[in-house]
Structures are given as structure tokens and as C-alpha cells.
Write a protein of this length. Structure first.
Length: 87
């Protein structure tokens, strides 16, 4: 029975200590710092995602422009090749 009382006593003391820790200013500051770090990390990830999306949005028109130039060159080359065959 003594061991059980000791366990209950230790449990109660641990709860009291936990309550004191949670209500302490240091815990609040640490918790706030963790919250700030999480928010900062989230903002960095969102910013990186936006930048990559912007790069993709820039690449698509460039890709289309290059494809159009290639297509035009190919048509011109085809015309020149056809003219040479006629000679």
C-alpha cells in the first residue's frame, strides 16, 4: 500500500510541477518562439512555392515561343528544301 501511495504522491507532484511549468513565463516564451518558428517556416515554404509557380508560369510562354520559332524554322527549311529539289 505504501508503494501505491508513493506513486499517487509522485503523480500529484508531477501534475503540480507540470501546471507550474505551463503557467510559467519561460514556458510561454518558449511556446511563443516555437509558434513563431513554425509560422516562419510555413511562410518560407509558401514563398518558395509561389516562386516556383512563378518560374513555371514564365517557362511556359518561353517554351511556347521556342516551339513556334522551331516550327517556323522547320517550315522555312522545308520550303528551301522543296525549292532545291525543283532545281
Amino acid at each position: 500500500m505504501s508503494q501505491r501511495n508513493n506513486q499517487i504522491s509522485i503523480h500529484i507532484q508531477n501534475e503540480q510541477i507540470l501546471t507550474l511549468i505551463i503557467n510559467s513565463p519561460i514556458y510561454y516564451i518558449i511556446n511563443r518562439q516555437n509558434s513563431f518558428q513554425q509560422n516562419h517556416q510555413k511562410l518560407k515554404e509558401e514563398n518558395a512555392l509561389k516562386k516556383s509557380q512563378e518560374q513555371i508560369n514564365l517557362r511556359i510562354p518561353l517554351k511556347n515561343e521556342l516551339l513556334n520559332k522551331f516550327s517556323n524554322i522547320k517550315e522555312e527549311y522545308g520550303d528551301i528544301a522543296a525549292k532545291n529539289r525543283m532545281r
